[in-house]
Design a protein around this ligand. Structure first.
Ligand SMILES: [Cu+2]
Length: 139
């Protein structure tokens, strides 16, 4: 007897849930559609998100089309870190400030096609694992 009562009740719940989403609330569908369209057209969508943490970069191997490269860097570790780009000669070309815990910074610059080293320049951090490769392809 209980089961027979449950089934029509379930059907009502399903009907009640699906109806508003498709017809009664066009207002909820429209903002979602425009939000996704806006984010795909946003030039900032080309930014590469990088996490710095104890003691690694995520991702550590980055490939990007140049010449303009942008990094959204977040410190997800429990201690301060930075994100720095140097060339083969050891010259620093781009760098964030030292980011405190949960700190973020966006850096952008122009890089020639080639291979670079990305690392944290705080003492000892690179050798502890905060090192990776950045490959810039022609653009
Ligand atoms: Cu570090």
């Amino acid at each position: 007897m209980r089961l027979r009562l449950l089934i029509p009740a379930l059907a009502l719940v399903v009907a009640a849930c699906s109806a508003p989403a498709s017809s009664d609330e066009p207002g909820t569908a429209a903002p979602e559609a425009s939000a996704s369209a806006a984010s795909s057209a946003d030039p900032a969508a080309d930014a590469i998100e990088v996490s710095v943490l104890d003691f690694m970069l995520d991702p550590s191997d980055i490939e990007v089309a140049g010449p303009t490269v942008t990094f959204d860097v977040t410190n997800d570790g429990p201690t301060p870190h930075n994100f720095t780009v140097r060339d083969d000669a050891g010259e620093v070309l781009m760098a964030t400030e030292d980011l405190s815990v949960d700190g973020t910074e966006t850096i952008s610059g122009e890089l020639e096609p080639g291979t670079y080293t990305v690392f944290c320049s705080l003492p000892g951090h690179e050798s502890l694992g905060m090192s990776g490769t950045l490959t810039v392809t022609g653009g």
